[in-house]
Write a protein that binds this ligand. Sequence first.
Ligand SMILES: [Zn+2]
Length: 500
Amino acid sequence: MDSKRQMRIEDVAIYLRKSRGDIDIDLEKHRLLLIERCKDIGANYVEYAEIGTSDSIDDRPAFMELLEDIKLNLFDAVAVSDIDRLGRGGDKDWALIEEIFRNEEIYIITPEKVFNWDDESDEMELDFRKFIARMEYKQTTKRLRRGKIMGAKQGRWTNGTPPYPYTYNRQTRQLDIDNVKYKVYRRIVEMALEGVPANKISWELNRLGIPSPRGKKWTNVAVYRLLRDKTHLGKIVFAKQEGSGHKNRNTRPLKTFSEDEWIVIDGLHQPIKTQDEHRKIMELLAKRRIVPKAARSGAFVLSGLVYCRSCGYSMGNTRNGISKKEFLKKCQTRDSLGNRTCNNPGVNSYAIVKGIFQQLDEYEREIKKRGEDMDTNETGLLKVALTKKHKEIEKQRGALDTLIEMREEQEITREKFLERKEIREFNIAQLRNEIGELQDRINQREQTTNERKLKNIREFRDKWGKSKSSEQRNQFLQTIIDRIDYQREGDNIDIHINFR
Ligand SMILES: [Zn+2]
């Protein structure tokens, strides 16, 4: 055994996971190798075998179970065919593994050696192996992508699940068209060409009881995605994204390439949308997407500020055609069939503005009176750190008391006592310094934030009267308000304001 000191490894968890490209025989080979290894060191073993190949911890039930069992103190070591079987993608995952393994003092056994967390050279080797594993992973992904593109150039469909209404034909390795779904698809295209927006198309499909590509309800996003897909032009598009699009996989952040980074090649499948149709649809969608955004960007006094308190969605604004008075619109939230689901009514925008001024007075008084910060994130963190330091200093003081008692009871020698006392006192002095520093930083921050807030409010009041333009007033409001949650029942208007 390759250990410097005597390790007592009695119970081992054998963790088995296929890596991409492994086959069942590989896994069995690893299994036998690791069992052999456990027998060599005379340890008992339990097997944890993963069914999937996911790199992310969240997608590995056997590993989750293993971590729980490790915390229950069931094992001295975990045996794996290679370090990368534990994890290799996300640093977050690895940090968690490392923390648990370290805390529970779990050794890692591979066919070549036993890793020990307390040993510095082992730790470095672990880091290095982790690095190599990640490099290999990158290479594999690259090779996979390259293989897919080569295959497609040879006339095969290699791009995974094909988009609606295509289906993959295993015999021809090409795409077929599902006739029923084809009719739905063409209906979607025609509606889009008539200028029907994506959300209305989705409502219509749901009303007709037609399931979405994933067998659920259609959404505007699903419709939009389908409409812009170039596969329907007879093309195959690669590298829309790097890494996995799977939500639960933290292996790598999902990177979306911009359209000019796509690799588009001609496929052999039948096109079901013309270039001309595609261009028109894209134009119409672009218009739809741009227009409402422009309208939202501050044209109304309450633009972008008010949210519905019952459903959480943002409230729209409108202007009366004759009086030009501004109103918050009745909440527009709809379900998948396009029915309104929220009954929160609208209101004259200046009723809200009146409420803002009332609450602003109160808010200003409160800041002045308190003279202290309302816990911005950062001061919050500093305060948490401060509490921790106070607790630590208590602990050190307690330890010092115990030490004195021990000396009084003559449980320890004078030398030992002095030596330990010195350490405790040093720690206490250091903590005291740190506490002073933290306190200074908190005081400073609180003063500046409060003053800045008061200054912002003064400036806001000053500017408000000088302009009647809704656009400008909206800008002024944005400087002091983060969001307003609104609800109305009859004449009862309830607003909750988050000031900046
Ligand atoms: Zn609502």
